[in-house]
Design a protein around this ligand. Structure first.
Ligand SMILES: NC(=O)c1ccc[n+]([C@@H]2O[C@H](COP(=O)([O-])OP(=O)(O)OC[C@H]3O[C@@H](n4cnc5c(N)ncnc54)[C@H](OP(=O)(O)O)[C@@H]3O)[C@@H](O)[C@H]2O)c1
Length: 264
């Protein structure tokens, strides 16, 4: 069977995360405009890295578009009309809709939009996937398999993507901020900085792992930890009046608003 060739335009942080999940690196070609980054990726992953995105389009069946949002128009103008109808373009770019990608890239028939997150780099990512009606089913299955090897995937409608971008796309930064706040709180209670950071991160990781594996609902889990009269309940009393949930909701609304702005 013919090997499916996978290309990347932009070999930055997210592309590297997805690359980790591809076992056969000989099927991969990446275009990277930053020469230092290109060298770094080629030596770290034994993968072919070129400077010209056209080489990637010529050589690949599935092309991941993994440049920053502000670089998409220039890339699209440079590559316009180059895609063959049999190819699939997978965009991981925040805020770029399928319709605008179709307009920008012209000839490409199969379009897939993905909203990943940085946890891909630890094979624990969360990717939402949405495909255009003309996307090739076999190519879509390959994309799902690659992203599935890098964490969890969910197929969603495009209307949900601003919310996904705000929640799981930007979420790693919010959780890291929470961990930072917990570690700083621990330091104020006398713990060493590195110990406080370890306690915060391992607790975050273990809680998410347990909740995913047990499929326990969040409310009963919280109630189970925060037993009446205990230490957690005392802590939770301070969290509730400070409108923690309201602040989180506002944070996500702001991020979703920015995602909408980028789509214009
Ligand atoms: N980071 C996240 O947590 C996250 C989460 C969800 C989605 N995303 C999306 O993922 C995409 C990539 O993000 P990232 O964090 O991986 O960005 P990044 O680390 O900055 O990587 C992008 C890379 O693309 C290169 N590039 C720019 N124009 C190019 C061109 N014409 N040909 C080849 N390479 C080119 C850049 O080089 P230069 O530096 O020289 O420009 C850079 O090395 C973004 O669109 C973002 O919206 C990111």
């Amino acid at each position: 069977m013919k090997k499916i060739k996978i290309g990347f335009i932009g070999a930055g942080k997210m592309a590297e995360g997805i690359l980790h999940a591809i076992s056969d690196k000989s099927a991969v070609i990446m275009a990277e405009s930053n020469p230092d980054r290109a060298k770094e990726m080629a030596s770290r992953h034994a993968v072919k890295v070129v400077s010209d995105a056209k080489e990637v389009v010529k050589a690949s069946d599935i092309v991941f578009l993994s440049v920053r949002p502000q670089d998409v128009d220039a890339v699209a103008a440079y590559l316009k009309g180059m895609f063959r109808p049999s190819q699939t373009l997978v965009s991981i770019v925040a805020g770029k809709k399928l319709a605008s990608l179709r307009k920008a890239f012209g000839s490409v028939a199969g379009l897939v939009r993905v909203m990943p997150n940085l946890a891909l780099r630890a094979n624990a990512g969360m990717c939402a996937i949405c495909a255009s009606p003309k996307a090739d089913e076999k190519a879509l299955a390959v994309v799902e398999k690659i992203l599935g090897a890098a964490g969890a995937t969910v197929m969603l409608k495009e209307k949900d993507f601003d919310a996904v971008t705000a929640l799981s796309g930007s979420g790693p930064a919010y959780f890291a901020y929470m961990a930072e706040a917990m570690a700083e709180g621990g330091r104020k209670l006398g713990l060493k900085a590195d110990v406080a950071k370890l306690l915060a991160l391992q607790t975050m990781y273990g809680t998410a792992k347990f909740l995913l594996e047990s499929q326990m609902s969040l409310g009963p889990f919280i109630a189970g930890v925060a037993t009446k009269g205990g230490t957690t309940a005392a802590g939770m009393e301070a969290l509730s009046p400070s409108s923690f949930k309201e602040i989180v909701a506002q944070t996500l609304a702001k991020a979703a608003g920015r995602s909408k702005e980028l789509a214009r």
